[in-house]
Design a protein around this ligand. Structure first.
Ligand SMILES: C[S@@+](CC[C@H](N)C(=O)[O-])C[C@H]1O[C@@H](n2cnc3c(N)ncnc32)[C@H](O)[C@@H]1O
Length: 209
């Protein structure tokens, strides 16, 4: 793991505890994580994949299965989450970066063909716009962004509760994603009989002419 100095943010403190229970609890509400990989694999055959906010690496084995020969990179703010991810990718062609995704991570001319955000962008508060822009910079022309995330809830008490857990649920991600990338898939789904909605967006970076 490529460790860098990181500020001790509220989010990092949150994951100091939550990293311990993350994999055993999140299956019950982070829906669509398999689906976004299946859908992405239909539209892109990447040589290099970046997962932003890879956390405990829950998606990395799934990415490996979809893209057996790709080089995978995961970036995350939380050292504790990455320590768990590191155990899942031992002996694999995967690089883990410990840093905030407030700027692109590619070096030189080598960019990614697929950038995945799985339940990460809704926690970039502030910074979600910069993260979408950084993903655009990190992608090759013709490369794809794939996002699965919370969208919104009609219940103010639930939005407040999710806010306590650092998640913003105000449908704010999708318009910017649509503006920045040519949409290939842009759908919302309901969870728990409409308590909240989540969304999947897959878009392509168009070359600037
Ligand atoms: C809900 S978890 C998602 C983990 C994984 N992608 C999944 O689907 O299970 C959100 C992750 O985003 C990371 N994160 C939040 N803000 C970040 C930022 N600015 N830069 C990098 N990672 C960030 C958190 O540390 C956390 O591990």
């Amino acid at each position: 793991m490529n460790a860098a100095a990181a500020p001790n943010t509220a989010l990092e403190r949150y994951y100091q505890f939550h990293s311990r229970i993350y994999d055993s609890t999140r299956w019950s509400f982070l829906f669509g994580r398999e689906e976004v990989l299946r859908r992405a694999a239909r539209v892109v055959s990447p040589r290099r994949v970046l997962e932003v906010g890879c956390g405990t690496g829950r998606n990395l084995p799934g990415l490996r299965k979809c893209f057996p020969s790709a080089h995978l990179t995961g970036v995350d703010l939380s050292e504790q989450m990455l320590a768990i991810a590191a155990k899942k990718v031992r002996n694999d062609k995967t690089t883990l970066l410990h840093r905030s995704y407030s700027a692109p991570v590619h070096t030189g001319q080598t960019r990614f063909d697929l950038v995945l955000f799985s339940y990460a962008l809704s926690m970039f508060n502030p910074g979600w716009e910069q993260a979408i822009d950084a993903a655009w910079e990190d992608l090759e022309d013709g490369g794809c962004i794939a996002v699965v995330d919370f969208s919104h809830s009609h219940f103010a008490w639930f939005r407040r509760w999710m806010g306590v857990n650092h998640v913003r649920m105000e449908k704010h991600l999708w318009p910017r994603l649509r503006r920045k990338f040519a949409p290939l898939l842009d759908e919302r789904f309901t969870a728990y009989a409409g308590l909240w909605s989540y969304g999947i967006f897959i878009g392509r970076k168009q070359p600037v002419i």
